[in-house]
Write a protein that binds this ligand. Sequence first.
Ligand SMILES: [Ca+2]
Length: 77
Amino acid sequence: MYPEREDEEPEWVQTEREHFTKWRDLNKDGKMDKDEVRHWIMPDDYDHAQAESKHLIYEADTDKVRSKKQMESSFLW
Ligand SMILES: [Ca+2]
C-alpha cells in the first residue's frame, strides 16, 4: 500500500489513475464533469435493489447451504 521510496506513487493511486482513464473520464478530457460523476455513482446498468437483495440473502444464509429460491421464500413466510 505504501511505496518503498518517497518519490514513488502508491499502488492504489496508480490503480485509481488507471480506473479514471479507462472508465470514469468517458470523454477523455482529463477531468470528470457532472454526467461522468453521476454515471460513476449511479451507473445506468447497475440495479441497486437487486444488488442489495443479493447481499442481504447472502448475509442471512449463514450456513450457505440453502438455494436462493429457498432463501427468498423464507423472507416471504
Ligand atoms: Ca471527462
